[in-house]
Design a protein around this ligand. Sequence first.
Ligand SMILES: [Zn+2]
Length: 405
Amino acid sequence: MVVQQISPVNCPNCKAQFTAPIQNIINGQDLAAKSAFLQGRFNTVQCPQCGYTGAPSTPLYYFDLEKELALVFVPSQLGLLGNDQQKIIGDLTNRVIKSLPTEQQKFFLFNPKSFLTLDGMIKAILEADGITEDMIKAQEAHIKLIEEFFKAPDEATLKKQIKAHDAELDRQFFEILTAYMQTAQMAGDQQRTQAFLTMRTLAARWSSNGKKIVAEIDQELGLVMLENQEELLKRLQTAKNDAEFEQLVAAGHAFLDYGFFVQITGKIDEATKNGDTKTAASLTSLRERILQTKSRQEEASKAALEKAGKILEEILKSDRPDKVIDKHLDSLTDAFFFVLEMNIEEATKQGHTEAAQAMQMIGNIAVSKLQQKHGPPQQSTGEQPTQAPSPAAADDTPKIHIARR
Ligand SMILES: [Zn+2]
């Protein structure tokens, strides 16, 4: 049920008074509303006079039946005295109760905890999600540092800044940077993904512990970061075992194009010409192994993408996407996020902003549920989207084909 009222609003910028549809009640189980509120996008209105955009100060009642939360905020800017405040809280409480079926009219809803600041209310909501104030503070400091680094006018300055903050570049710092990178990639934003990857690479290179921490994070998340074809070839040649080889082929999928194989063939011809039969034989078998692995992965990835597409469809059609996500949580692999990313990109391109936002939300919910269950999301986010769908080989003979970009 949408609880929305046309209310008078005072523009904080030009003081003009106008009316706008304002919601005073947030159901914490409505994840779109919850995330809009936590990100400061709830009740955003634009002043018709001066164009200022923001959320007006308004009384808010936040409740979450699952977490048994009932919180209320009456902004002090409204200048209300005790009795009037109590009346507003009472009115909001009644509206919440009336909006719910009898069996959901729980006792705690009648006695909401009141907050003097919006910040305090947001902290209480995050705390109920298991995010403490200390965690928030440490995270805020790291985010500020990342923002500062991005403002550096050139690499020399950045290097100086990174060295000056060496002690702060800890595990959490690199985890946040990695999460930004993954979020950007999930949103299909290649430019931002690349920017965060570059920042992470430089911060790792110029800090004392960065390289080791980044290697640990990538190993735990199953991330393989490849700079170019040369690096991929070198790492394939020195792969310690089958698992590493498989992972490199998957992460380097976009690099394994026609040019890559032409390059290997050139090296084989050269070795043969020089009478180096050992190198020629080893490169030939490497080429064969790469082709076979790639072709097998493409088959598997095609099947995984089909399955992911079906899950996404089921989520999109449901009234309770969160429940469907719960049901399929174990099947939400990187194929799912890849399909989601492609769909978001497509919806954005077509101008279906709401559909794109809804899918973005589904991605956020899925990631947060996976994080609750396993820790950080298990996606192999390479520099390029891994295992892009490619035409599968029609017969058993491995074929060289150019990777679709
Ligand atoms: Zn204004």
